[in-house]
Each structure stands twice: as C-alpha cells, then as structure tokens.
Design a binder for this molecule. Structure first.
Ligand SMILES: [Zn+2]
Length: 323
C-alpha cells in the first residue's frame, strides 16, 4: 500500500509537470499568435495620395493590406493648397506616396525635400502618360517645362487604368506575396472604369451641343478629348489667378455664338463669375466636378469616384441636351 501510494505520488508529480509544460507551450503559442496578428495589422502599407481619385484607386488595389489617406484636407483646392508641417510628419511615417505630377502639385518638391523618411516610396502617376496642353493638343509626357500641359489626367478613364497598373506594380514590389490579390482587385476596378467609359460614350453620343462653357478652370481637356467635346473656360489650367475682363467678354461672345444654355461651375472655385456669365448669356448653371478632392459632406456620405463622374455625366447630358 505504502509503495503504491508512493508510486502514485510520483506519477502525479510527473503528470503535473507534463500539464505545466503543455500549459506553457499553449500560452507561448497564444502570445505568439496574438503577436503575429498584431504585427500583421501593424504592417499595413500606409499610402498617402495627393488627390481623391488616387486615394480611391490605391484603396481599391491594396484592399485590406492598405491604409490609405488623402493629403488634402476636405474641400481644399489642389492647385492653391499648400502643405502644413503636419503633412511632413504624416509622410515621415508613410510607406508610399502617390501624386499626379505634371505640375499639379507645385509644392511637391519642397515637401518631399523636408520629409525624412528613407523608406518612403514615391509614385508619380502621370509618368509615361501622354499629356495634352490647354488647347487639347497631345504631347509626349514631360515634354513641356513650363506647366502648359493639362495635369487632370484622371479625367480620362483609360489613363486611370494605366495608373492602376502602376499602383499594382509598386505594391507588388512592396509585398510580392500579395501581388495576385492586387492584380485581382485592380481587374475588378478596371472593369468598373470600362463600364463608366461606355456610359459616357453612350450618354454623350447624340447631343444638341458639344461645347462646355466652364465658369471654373480648364480641368476637362481629357474628358472633352475622350467624348468629342470642346471646353471653353474662364480660368486657365489652374484657378489660381482671376480671369481678365477681356477673357470674360470673349467667353460671353462664344457662349452667345454657340447658343449655350448652361454654364458649368465647380464647387471649389467661386461660382460668382459663373453666375455673372450665366446671367449675361441667359443660361442656367450646373455643377461639373473635376473630383480632385471632395467636401467634408461628400466624404461623410461615402461618395466614390464613380458617383462624382456619374453626376457629371447627368449634368453634361442635361446641359448639352443629349438624347
Ligand atoms: Zn485643376
């Protein structure tokens, strides 16, 4: 009996040791598991973009792997906005910065010079994309040195597909294991762009007018080229300086000549002159949004690039009297 008791005790000590061993192993696995999960979440690719369309493209391609944010505060106008010290800090902790280039972001060079982040990758979306100038003439990318080219490249939905391919390439370099996921995400988004392009083609095929008179700046050169329209604008390629009286008179003359019944205006550029113009030629006003940025309300309501473009299409069909 005594011997038996002794053996039992020895066995129970051994059993306890095994139990403790497995308990420790279990705890270690749990802790590592949590850590692995935590690291995974923390390892999101932080992408900052200069304009809203790039934000949406980067978000669509990177999916759950990306943490995308917009450099511009809501409602800010891309041509006239200037970065703040907090933007330098933001880019210091980012992994990827995507901008348009082609002089859309005149502050870009100074901003990047101030950012101390050797790991920051930078993607210029317009690189390799043929640019058009203010008159709609096609030039090779970066041929111009003086900012006469139109930087609003995202208003050509074929350009957008090329930009998305560039985003796939850079993200795949950063995370090769997920390249097939990025590819898949990109294909789905490009499908939607093709459908959008078709809607524009169909919607703007048969219209009483083909001239868009803009009370804002000349942001729609690419859109006009794609759908065989013509843009006449009060401001130049950027709305940073007010149009001259001479320009105003010229636009009024053209509007009268083309018997224009609608003046388009932008949300971020004062609509004062658009209203003056509309009154002068007896036209109404409608919004045409380049979509470089959204207002706080639009962001809150979850508006997408497609929503903005489809609203533009509806207003164009209305303003140009399309069947
Ligand atoms: Zn613009």
């Amino acid at each position: 009996m005594i011997r038996g008791d002794f053996r039992l005790t020895k066995q129970s000590i051994f059993g306890k040791k095994i139990f403790l061993f497995f308990l420790r192993l279990f705890l270690i696995l749990v802790i590592f598991g949590f850590q692995a999960q935590y690291l995974d979440a923390a390892k999101k690719i932080r992408v900052v973009t200069s304009v809203f369309p790039l934000l949406e493209f980067a978000g669509a391609v990177s999916g759950e792997r990306g943490e995308v944010s917009l450099l511009l505060p809501p409602g800010a106008e891309i041509h006239t906005w200037r970065p703040r010290p907090s933007d330098i800090i933001r880019l210091s902790s980012a992994d990827l910065f995507i901008y348009i280039g082609a002089d859309l972001e005149p502050w870009l060079h100074d901003l990047l010079k101030s950012v101390r982040n050797p790991n920051l990758r930078v993607l210029e979306a317009s690189r390799g994309i043929p640019l058009i100038d203010g008159e709609g003439i096609v030039h090779n990318a970066h041929e111009h040195e003086h900012g006469a080219h139109d930087p609003h490249i995202w208003l050509d939905f074929e350009n957008d597909q090329r930009i998305i391919d560039k985003i796939v390439a850079v993200l795949s370099e950063m995370d090769p294991e997920r390249s097939s996921v990025f590819e898949r995400n990109a294909s789905a988004y490009k499908e939607k762009l093709l459908r959008l392009d078709k809607k524009f083609k169909d919607g703007l095929k048969d219209c009483a007018h083909r001239t868009i008179i803009l009370g804002g700046h000349a942001a729609f050169g690419y859109l006009a080229r794609s759908y065989n329209l013509r843009q006449i604008s009060l401001y130049g390629l950027s709305p940073d300086s007010s149009p001259t009286a001479k320009k105003l008179i010229k636009v009024v003359e053209l509007a009268k000549k083309y018997k224009i019944k609608v003046i388009f205006f932008e949300v971020y550029v004062s609509d004062e002159l658009a209203k003056v113009l509309a009154e002068e030629v007896g036209a109404k006003t409608l919004v045409l949004n380049p979509g470089a940025n959204l207002t706080k309300e639009q962001l809150k309501s979850g508006k997408t690039f497609f929503d903005i473009m489809e609203e533009n299409l509806e207003n164009l069909k209305d303003g140009l009297i399309c069947k």
